[in-house]
Design a protein around this ligand. Structure first.
Ligand code: ZN
Ligand code: ZN
Length: 608
């Protein structure tokens, strides 16, 4: 999915392990007793921050540790993750973490989550190829015990047997997990679809799925993203053929964008470029890194020739296919730079074309629409999956779910990894199917599900939270800090510095803001307000026993009212307050260090 910011992570401030947590902690009562439990810690009712736990007789395994891509409601933060605090409390009970595939929403947050759990991590080679650079960014590569499952897809632990079962998704080596315990078997399907595309590294092991079904599956946990789609979607091979057919139609500059992790699509674009007599030019770290990992893991063999953007200076624009990431409109992406005319090599204009070989991740609709309209306005032909066969999803449709359930025959189904509507759709669809499912359970993050062979029930709740990566720290998305940022982002900010004489008259006043009006307009308004305010504070405010507080509130409220009357804005207001000391010699600039002076800050609610 998206690239992540690469600045400063090496200095990241990891939460130090709590010494009190060194000894095994007693599990909550509902987990202390024998039995088998499932807990979604992130991702139960959304697309993103996947993290799940399975517990058998008090031992724990963790599945996935993914990022969420945050929207504009969280200023300054792009990435979210599920809070591992509850798991951290019982980390001596954790036997291992299993990563299902290398999409950011499944492995991305591993460098934030692993230091708090410190357990062995299992994954396929291609996924490890993505995990390692992420760990390197945080100087963790030598600390994490990373174990490849390519040679031994069955991991045997005292209380769990976990098998990686290949199922197609939109990247190589995606795996469902068959988790066997003495109480029963779970099929944790992660993200998947069926696609018999005959691309070597895009295979589903149907034989194994049938065997898994014959051996018995008590619980199925899997993604719900594409539940609105009733019928089979085009195969990846159909998209490849379509691209081969489509490319020769374009005669000028041609750009294509796709998800960096979609190695099959990258290969399709390379093949289609050569078929159209164009040299494929790959731009962007994430695309090149994915190609390199796929080659190193032996997934891509006999890769069609391509060049990296920096080597492509001599290739005429109408003889190349320029492939870049950024299909989701991320403002730092290579594609955004092209659209904004900031790429010195590629300028798109009349007669040029761009192929969006991707889908819109929910939440990015507006950004992508804006980007595409800007291109159309410039005369660029925009080719998207709405009108052309240039993309197919990696998530299963209703028909895929039916086929899956006919093969693995689960007794209980817990749909996850979709918005609430998609999860309801999967519940309804599954209940209408005649394939032996006895129960469909919808859960929220934190629900503790006791899984028995014939039914499951929610028996308790554990604390969960959503965190945001805030440059060098991780903070709760529900924290006052985040709320304050949002309030400032939406309501503007106002800074007042008031200097008061010994008799409480206003000696000086500074009123500043950078986001209420243009600089000169605000300066004029501030001067006007200041002229009115440089008068004695009313006696009522000065006489009360909480005098300083009352005076500050009076000044701030009065100025805010003037700002509101002039602009309609109710800014978040900060007031610094200095009062001259009795000897009259206090230096006002350094007044906050003087015992005779007082500096205070009041944060007013925007609705006051
Ligand atoms: Zn995925
Ligand atoms: Zn996913």
């Amino acid at each position: 999915m998206n690239e992540i910011e690469k600045t400063g992570q090496a200095e990241f401030d990891f939460a130090a392990p709590n010494p009190a947590q060194k000894e095994p902690s007693a599990l909550p009562p509902f987990l202390r007793q024998e039995g088998f439990y499932f807990v979604a810690l992130g991702g139960a009712e959304k697309v993103g921050m996947n993290m799940y736990a399975y517990l058998s007789d008090g031992r724990i395994i963790v599945v996935d540790a993914g990022y969420d891509f945050l929207n504009d409601d969280f200023p300054g933060m792009e990435l979210g993750l599920a809070d591992p605090a509850w798991l951290e409390s019982y980390r001596d009970c954790i036997d291992a973490m299993f990563i299902t595939h290398s999409h950011e929403d499944h492995f991305g947050a591993i460098a934030h989550i692993w230091p708090r759990l410190r357990c062995p991590v299992y994954a396929t080679d291609f996924t490890i190829g993505h995990i390692l650079p992420r760990l390197r960014e945080y100087k963790l590569e030598n600390e994490v015990e990373l174990i490849s499952v390519n040679q031994n897809p069955v991991v045997k632990l005292p209380d769990f047997e976990v098998e990686y079962v290949p199922v197609v998704h939109s990247l190589p080596e995606n795996s469902a997990l068959r988790i066997k315990t003495k109480y029963g078997t779970v099929f944790h399907a992660t993200d998947w679809r069926f696609d018999d595309c005959h691309i070597d590294f895009m295979k589903t092991s149907y034989d194994r799925l049938k065997q898994v079904g014959e051996q018995g599956v008590d619980l199925y946990v899997g993604d719900s993203i594409h539940m609105a789609h009733p019928v089979e979607q085009p195969s990846e091979m159909v998209i490849r053929e379509s691209l081969i057919e489509l490319l020769p139609k374009f005669k000028n500059t041609l750009v294509a964008t796709c998800f960096a992790s979609n190695v099959a699509r990258m290969e399709s674009l390379l093949i289609a470029a050569h078929a159209a007599g164009r040299t494929p030019v790959i731009a962007g770290m994430s695309l090149i890194q994915n190609m390199n990992i796929a080659k190193e893991c032996g997934i891509l063999k006999d890769v069609p020739h391509y060049v990296e953007a920096k080597q492509a200076i001599d290739i005429p624009l109408d003889k190349m296919l320029y492939i870049c990431a950024g299909s989701q409109g991320n403002y730092r992406s290579g594609l955004t730079r092209i659209v904004n005319g900031e790429n010195k090599d590629i300028k798109l204009g009349k007669g040029d074309a761009i192929i969006f070989s991707s889908q819109i991740i929910p939440g990015n609709e507006e950004k992508i629409e804006r980007m595409q309209e800007k291109l159309r306005d410039a005369g660029v032909e925009v080719i998207s999956s709405e009108e052309y066969l240039v993309h197919t999803s990696g998530h299963g449709c209703k028909d895929d779910i039916r086929r899956m359930f006919e093969m693995i025959k689960p007794k209980i189904v817990i749909p996850v990894h979709g918005d609430k509507r998609a999860i309801r759709q999967q519940k309804r669809f599954t209940e209408e199917l005649d394939c032996g499912v006895r129960q469909v359970l919808v859960v929220r993050d934190g629900d503790v599900v006791n899984v028995k062979s014939s039914y499951a029930e929610i028996v308790g709740e554990v604390p969960t939270d959503e965190l945001g990566v805030d440059r060098k720290k991780v903070i709760s998305l529900g924290s006052q800090l985040v709320k304050n940022r949002r309030r400032i982002a939406y309501n503007c900010s106002l800074f007042i510095t008031a200097v008061l004489a010994e008799d409480w008259s206003v000696e000086d006043l500074q009123i500043t803001s950078i986001d209420i009006l243009e600089e000169n307009d605000f300066a004029a308004l501030a001067d006007e307000i200041k002229a009115d305010m440089l008068k004695a504070i009313p006696a009522e405010a000065v006489k009360v026993s909480y005098r300083a507080q009352a005076v500050k509130e009076y000044i701030a409220a009065k100025i805010r009212k003037r700002i509101f009357n002039a602009t309609g804005i109710k800014p978040v207001t900060f007031i610094h307050f200095y009062k001259r000391s009795r000897d009259g010699e206090a230096d006002f600039v350094a007044a906050d260090t003087s015992v005779n002076c007082e500096t205070t800050q009041i944060l007013y609610d925007s609705d006051k």
